[in-house]
Design a protein around this ligand. Sequence first.
Ligand SMILES: Nc1ncnc2c1ncn2[C@@H]1O[C@H](COP(=O)(O)OP(=O)(O)OP(=O)(O)O)[C@@H](O)[C@H]1O
Ligand SMILES: [Mg+2]
Length: 341
Amino acid sequence: MARNVYGLDLGTYEIKVFDKKKDRIWKEKNVIAMKDKRYIFSVGDEAYDMYEKSPGNIQVVFPMKNGVIAHFDDMQYLLGNLLKTDRQFTRGAEYVIAVPTDVTEVEKKAFYDLVFHSEAKAKSVRIVERGLADAIGFGLNIMDEKGIFIANMGGGTTELSVLSYGGIVLNRLVKTGGEQFDAAVANLVRHNRDFLIGRLTAERLRREFGVFDQDTGSSLTVSGRDLISGVPAQTEIPISLVRAAMKDPLDECVRAMRSMIERTPPDVRRGIEESGIYLTGGIANLKGLSTYLEESIGLPVMTVPDPELCAVKGLEKIILTKAYYKKLTYSMLDEDYRWLR
Ligand SMILES: Nc1ncnc2c1ncn2[C@@H]1O[C@H](COP(=O)(O)OP(=O)(O)OP(=O)(O)O)[C@@H](O)[C@H]1O
Ligand SMILES: [Mg+2]
């Protein structure tokens, strides 16, 4: 029987997996809840729902931070546990993992070791740069395009990649993503209203409002703690406050995009000026974001369909297309292995 192949896009917020044999893609929150710092209480979406609601002896841990693995053992445990549910990884399978480019070799190797030295007994582990997987994910023929700009705005990072003829020309990992937006919203609400809200509430505010559309008058009622009286309460948050909070972290992303375009070689840049910027990652779901970026950067911006699944769809295509698999994936054990050759 043929071996199964899995494609993994491990994100700060969610893990996305392509399962070749079952021919399906699934995702789950990258969160683990521990009891008494020793026992796994729950993992994935279930653990995320417990965040900020759990009793003192249950700690909710996010094993990744800003796109890289921060707690290796927890991450390995989480992956192992998710796989024991009906999702189950078959033993001795092959894995293709999408990794960020602009991180250290040690951080990249951690993605590799995560699977290679696990109880899954992987037959082989290969890695691919996420920028390439993203481009393939929305159907670009990367080998023939002379200039592609991808901005993957995720839960803890914004990864910018410039590609040309199947290779990465420039790449930068900006440590700003959903988590930083949510923190900015919670901070401004605290200062402006003397009202404490949690991360999940901040996320809800950001998601439920069309933060960048024309609407200026709406507001949302949220629960939290009134810092003056010290008791749990509800308050109304206007859209303008959420918008103001998001401005700084978002402008950081805009500045990074501009400076990357400035550094792009002229020929490649001409290609990008024709095709525009492709927006992927979960944050791309924010309504009106592409228009905001277009106005700030001065280039067309396209949001791809299902932006958070773009990279894992790319992994699917890479796994199913022999030529891509051969050209774009590497084993970190190969002697000639080097990034950005
Ligand atoms: N419909 C939506 N509207 C607004 N925000 C959304 C929506 N869907 C997802 N998000 C946000 O997108 C972020 C997650 O995106 P994504 O799954 O691409 O991140 P990730 O790959 O886990 O993280 P990273 O790539 O930074 O390591 C979260 O902050 C989430 O709140
Ligand atoms: Mg991601």
